[in-house]
Design a protein around this ligand. Structure first.
Ligand code: GDP
Length: 283
């Protein structure tokens, strides 16, 4: 997992680089993780992007709870944003981006047409925190493997455009911004999905958090994966963790059970889930 140590200097530089690139594009694709529609956003994005047209892409929607994704899509729409649930790994899903971008830019396109300006490809850049799928999206849009930026803010190369058909041109390096790591709960959520490597968080705390989410929102998925009964799910979470450990043949090994639980979640073995709950927003 690539990690970035974000220091104030890096953040200022990342921000400057994004602002520079914004000048060249018509639209920003803000990539967020559909399992974490709030936690995986950069806290200063509105300030950085300002009035530039934006399409929010809820990526990894193949891993997220579809009911929650629908609620979040509506939420962003009602807030006045253009938004699309996306799976960057899937070419069919990625194909929706051009028509959606045209919708976002409809007014500008119509204005240009009235003025007799010849239509040209839409220029866009991809923006998001590390691990939301920026490189994956660029690769699928470009239809080929492009060199990784190494996920380091502050690495600038000559700017190049990747062409996607005749209608879309993308800056070949995505804008990488920092997550909201100052909020411990956000840190926990990002760490559980594997988006950040947080050495301050203990594996057992992460595993207990995972069990809290799954006993509450996805009990059937948990029961099926670990052959549990309804009664098992009424256990205190540390006891439930020990029971799962025992079932897997490593009795009393809390550490190993935690590791396994987190790994299996990240491998998708527990099915689809969303950690940022829409209903929490109105609480
Ligand atoms: P970046 O740091 O934003 O450039 O993120 P990457 O493109 O490197 O993606 C991080 C991880 O997420 C990789 O393991 C990708 O394969 C995975 N990934 C990206 N998009 C998707 C998606 O839509 N669905 C799933 N299941 N995995 C994805």
């Amino acid at each position: 997992m690539p990690t970035i140590q974000w220091f104030p200097g890096h953040m200022a530089k990342a921000r400057r680089e994004v602002s520079e690139k914004l000048k060249f594009v018509d639209i920003v694709f803000e990539l967020i993780d559909a399992r974490l529609p709030l936690s995986s956003r950069n806290p200063m994005l509105d300030q950085i992007v300002q009035q530039k047209s934006r399409l929010i892409l809820l990526n990894k929607s193949d891993l997220a709870d579809p009911n929650q994704t629908n609620l979040w899509v509506n939420y962003f729409r009602e807030a006045g944003h253009h938004v699309l649930a996306l799976t960057a790994k899937d070419d069919k899903s990625v194909k929706q981006i051009v028509p959606a971008s045209k919708k976002v830019l409809a007014e500008k396109i119509a204005r240009d047409q009235e003025k007799g300006i010849k239509p040209r490809a839409i220029r866009a850049m991809v923006l998001g925190i590390p691990n939301v799928g920026k490189s994956t999206l660029l690769n699928h849009l470009a239809g080929k493997k492009i060199a990784s930026t190494g996920n380091r803010p502050g690495v600038t190369k000559g700017q190049q455009w990747l062409r996607f058909g005749t209608q879309l041109e993308l800056l070949d390096t995505p804008g990488i911004l920092w997550p909201k790591f100052e909020d411990p709960e956000v840190g926990q959520r990002l760490a559980l999905t594997g988006a950040i490597k947080d050495d301050l968080l203990h594996l057992d705390d992460l595993a207990l958090y995972e069990l809290e989410v799954f006993t509450r929102f996805y009990p059937e998925q948990l029961k099926e994966r670990y052959k549990l009964t309804d009664e098992n799910l009424t256990l205190e979470l540390p006891e439930l963790l020990l029971l799962i450990a025992e079932k897997r043949g490593f009795k009393d090994d809390y550490e190993r059970a935690s590791e396994m639980l987190i790994l299996e979640l990240r491998q998708g073995r527990l099915g689809r889930y969303t950690l940022d709950r829409f209903e929490e927003l109105s609480e």
